[in-house]
Design a protein around this ligand. Structure first.
Ligand SMILES: [Zn+2]
Length: 699
């Protein structure tokens, strides 16, 4: 099942980074700030007007700045109801107040928020679309970085926020809901935020409010009328997830958890609520996938904060305890499948664009996702296997308890996991340095396998080879024999590690890490051609088959959604044989076979039987990826449209393909995927077949 999971850019936190760009006063200008914020939204004019009365404890210097959207207009600004001097530079209001005093700073302002957004973006690789603030007749979406209220830097801040909007339009932000009402023809919502270190996001829309509960925590949905029927499912799942993680990691730290609908597709996880687009909410698997992930962020990323200067660990950990763990709870087979997929994604999508985890901030494309979510998730998996089950989960509880609402780094986790003395300081250092500070992963192969009979059984000698600077690895090894399986662990630190195994029974296969517990760079023969091969291609060419020229826009839409907008499109009859041989190819239509265009397979394996291609081609739309040795990703894909399908249906179908990264074959009825096939790996340099008539040498 495809799951557009992990839609949670933490980029809104970058507002902190944006604030840091402004010249900082010599000392903390403001020691604490209690905001009484009242705003009114005017959707038709895409405008809001507001007044913020901030009770301030002014610091030693008395100098500080307040930030608003640069295009905003300050209507008035007073200090203790009297005039005070200030200057406005872009969105920055600079003030000097009497030092070490307390008083009320009142700012009245208004601004227009009209960032463009796409109701149907071609991909969700950047789930925030870069939109900071927008107000429309459908609602409002305002990140803290949009400057929708007067922001300032202070270690302690609290808020009471009152939002007035046309009747029917209510608003959601952090904290606890105090009022949800209609007064004098206007909708009034009021929220109370006791204490926060971060800025406030605000969303507004035609919300219906539904209430649930999980061990005393308010669970809420804010859905549009057309989606409201889904509220019971979301309330129940949210409550389950909140209970699950409270049990696993420690008590939930916010006054509510809410699922909030947005009028354009986003995937945001804010402290205490998640914001999802209408189409996403309607996908049946979201309550168990994306929602679980967003709830887990209330512990990791929004509960324990990220020290971004050392790399964002929160997506890796959240993916591990949500997306991965839910598979593991299903079965070990599902968990193994997930790990293989992460390794394949990394090999295909991060190739040539890889970087160390220490440099991951947020996901902006498939490569950064393969690193910041996939590889990072694997690092936690390896830590768990190294530290041991109890120590790992206890370590997470310790970090959560000690670092709630404070920044943590990879080192904090390392310290917690290994405090028990399983490793010494040097080993701990090395483990985190090779996984967090280095890019890439180990490249491993088995060489010189030698089998000999010895008194009482068999001896197997081999070398595990690593390319490049060697990693320090504890890697499982499995020897299959006629009498069963022998498992052990190799501790490897060098480029060539010789090892020896003995077995009472005749050995049949030698396998290194067959269940994929160790992160590594897969070799090409371990990577069957899939949608992700095309997505990760560094040199892709679109080819329009003869007779399909009028559908070029559909092929273009497909390329854009596969994150390949720059790929050229040529017509089959104009394609150069050289290009067709040397580049990865995405072919639209059925090749005529004359110009050296790679050809799709003659038959497809569907539901366990080989179906001749001509039997399905035309009656269904097909997307088939096959190997193409000449191209850099070694892949050629074919989209063969269903006969007579309308352009809109085909466009809708091709836009879905990007979500089916691990598949080699997709069969569409109209725009619905009705069958899909995950291809098998062809071979592995870490598996050696030892069967034969007698002892033999395998090279
Ligand atoms: Zn996330």
């Amino acid at each position: 099942m495809y799951a557009p999971k992990n839609w949670c850019p933490r980029s809104w936190l970058l507002v902190a980074a944006i604030l840091a760009l402004f010249p900082a006063p010599a000392d903390a200008g403001v020691l604490s700030a209690a905001h009484e914020l009242s705003i009114e939204i005017f959707p038709a004019e895409r405008r809001l007007s507001g007044e913020n009365r901030i009770t301030l404890q002014v610091g030693k210097s008395g100098r500080f700045s307040v930030f608003l959207r640069p295009t905003s207009r300050v209507r008035s600004l007073t200090w203790n109801n009297g005039e005070t001097e200030y200057s406005v530079h872009g969105g920055e209001i600079r003030l000097t107040l009497p030092p070490e005093t307390e008083g009320v700073l009142a700012v009245a302002y208004e601004g227009v928020f009209d960032d463009p957004y796409q109701a149907r973006p071609p991909t969700m690789d950047n789930p925030g679309q870069g939109v900071l603030g927008t107000i429309s007749s459908q609602g409002a979406f305002l990140l803290p970085g949009s400057g929708w209220y007067p922001m300032l830097r202070s270690p302690r801040q609290s808020f009471r926020v009152r939002i007035a909007a046309p009747a029917g339009m209510h608003a959601v932000t952090l904290g606890r809901l105090e009022t949800f009402a209609v007064e004098e023809g206007r909708s009034i919502t009021q929220w109370r935020v006791e204490q926060t270190t971060e800025g406030l996001p605000l969303c507004a829309g035609p919300y219906e409010l539904r209430n649930g509960e999980a061990d005393g925590i308010a669970i809420q949905t804010f859905f549009f009328p057309g989606t409201d029927e889904l509220a019971p499912v979301y309330l129940r799942s949210s409550a389950d997830h909140v209970r699950f993680y409270s049990e696993l990691h420690g008590p939930y730290a916010f006054p509510k958890f809410a699922v909030v609908e947005n009028f354009f597709p986003t995937g945001y996880g804010f402290p205490s609520f998640t914001l999802l687009g209408t189409e996403v909410l309607k996908l049946p698997f979201i309550p168990e996938t994306s929602l679980r992930h967003e709830v887990a962020h209330c512990w990791w990323g929004n509960g324990v904060l990220v020290d971004y200067s050392r790399g964002n660990w929160s997506e890796g950990l959240t993916t591990y305890v949500a997306d991965y763990l839910s598979r593991e709870l299903e079965s070990e087979e599902e968990a193994r499948e997930y790990r293989i997929q992460v390794l394949r994604d990394f090999a295909l999508l991060a190739k040539g664009k890889d970087f160390p985890l220490a440099r991951f901030r947020s996901r902006t494309d498939p490569a950064s996702r393969a690193v910041g979510y996939g590889k990072a998730m694997f690092v936690f998996h390896m830590a768990r296997r190294q530290a041991g089950e109890d120590r790992f989960w206890e370590g997470l509880r310790e970090v959560y308890a000690a670092k709630l609402f404070q920044e943590a780094s990879w080192e904090d986790f390392a310290a917690a996991f290994f405090r028990s003395g399983v490793w010494d300081e040097r080993e701990r250092e090395r483990f985190w340095r090779q996984w967090v500070d280095r890019s890439g992963g180990p490249i491993l192969s088995l060489e010189g396998v030698d089998v000999s009979s010895v008194p009482g059984g068999w001896k197997i000698e081999s070398i595990l080879r690593q390319q490049g600077e060697p990693y320090d690895l504890s890697i499982p090894v499995v020897l299959e024999t006629e009498g069963g399986q022998v498992e052990s662990v190799l501790n490897v630190q060098e480029n060539e590690h010789s090892f020896e195994l003995v077995s009472e029974h005749r050995p049949t296969r030698l396998l290194i890490d067959p269940d994929h517990h160790v992160f590594r760079s897969l070799s090409p023969e371990e990577l069957p051609a899939t949608v992700n091969s095309i997505k990760g291609s560094e040199d892709l060419m679109g080819v329009l088959g003869s007779g399909w020229e009028s559908l070029e826009p559909v092929l273009r839409a497909l390329l854009v959604s596969l994150n390949q907008p720059q790929a050229p499109i040529v017509k089959e009859r104009e394609a150069r044989a050289e290009d067709l041989r040397r580049r990865d190819v995405l072919f639209f239509g059925t090749p005529d076979g004359r110009r050296g265009v790679p050809l799709p397979p003659d038959s497809l394996q569907l539901q366990g039987r080989a179906v001749p291609l001509e039997e399905v081609a035309g009656t269904r739309s097909l997307f088939i990826t096959t190997t193409h040795p000449g191209g850099p990703a070694g892949a050629a894909s074919f989209f063969i449209p269903q006969k007579g399908a309308r352009v809109e249906i085909l466009t809708e179908a091709v836009r879905k393909i990007t979500h089916y990264g691990k598949y080699g074959v997709l069969v569409f009825d109209g725009s619905t995927v009705v069958e899909r096939v995950v291809p098998e790996a062809v071979d592995s340099p870490l598996i050696v077949d030892l069967t034969g008539t007698g002892p033999r040498r395998v090279k």
